[in-house]
Design a binder for this molecule. Structure first.
Ligand code: 3PG
Length: 209
């Protein structure tokens, strides 16, 4: 099982991907990798998501592939069976944490309050998704959480853009951030893979300021 902290070692942004068509899966993944983005989170929000994950796992093995929007233990099992190395959940439940440990799936669980941070920490999880980052308080909230939780780090996701991502990345408790802006629906519908590569390349240059 990979250590979720390694997800941050491949670049500053994890793309949050919503695939509408299986045939978009491989060109999308290849376009992101061509732009230097190797860690991919495919959300389980569409009927084709699990099939798309299987296809990417087989055709693009150099991708570090994860499933997003895990909401239940059954989602964890499906993601693992489809070939994922990690999972991301919008919130945290012990059921999901237990299933991930048993299935060998690294988990990046979502939190947005101090109590949720403590619940995840109780179960040994110290690297967390801060979701939905901007509506839940953004940079000031992460600064406030750093006081009591200096040993906890975050991947803020939800409302991030190329314009505000650097402010999040500058925080000492942020390792990496997530966002859907690298894979716009219209670019995928138009087969504009060059645009996705360009967005990935630009995202790869974001740094802690
Ligand atoms: C999500 O899970 O929807 C992510 O937080 C993506 O949010 P974004 O579309 O605001 O990047």
């Amino acid at each position: 099982m990979i250590d979720t902290t390694t997800l941050a070692s491949h670049g500053p942004v994890i793309p949050v991907i919503v695939l509408q068509r299986v045939e978009h899966a491989v060109p999308m993944a290849e376009a992101l990798l061509a732009g230097g983005v190797k860690v991919l989170e495919v959300t389980l929000r569409t009927p084709v998501a699990l099939r798309a994950i299987e296809v990417i796992a087989n055709a693009v093995p150099e991708a570090v592939l994860g499933a997003g929007t895990l909401r239940s233990a059954a989602d964890v099992r499906s993601a693992r069976a489809a070939g994922c190395q990690f999972g991301v959940s919008p919130g945290y439940t012990r059921a999901i944490g237990t299933e991930c440990r048993e299935a060998g799936l690294a988990l990046l669980p979502g939190v947005s309050t101090a109590s949720e941070v403590m619940a995840a920490n109780d179960d040994g999880l110290m690297f967390l998704k801060f979701f939905p980052a901007v509506p839940a308080g953004g940079v000031p909230m992460l600064k406030a959480l750093y006081g009591p939780f200096p040993d906890v780090s975050f991947c803020p996701t939800g409302g991030l853009t190329p314009d505000n991502a650097a402010q999040f990345l500058a925080l000492p408790n942020v390792r990496v951030c997530g966002g859907s802006w690298l894979t716009p629906t219209d670019a995928m519908e138009q087969g504009d893979w060059a645009r996705i590569t360009r967005l990935a390349r630009e995202a790869s240059t974001l740094r802690k300021t």
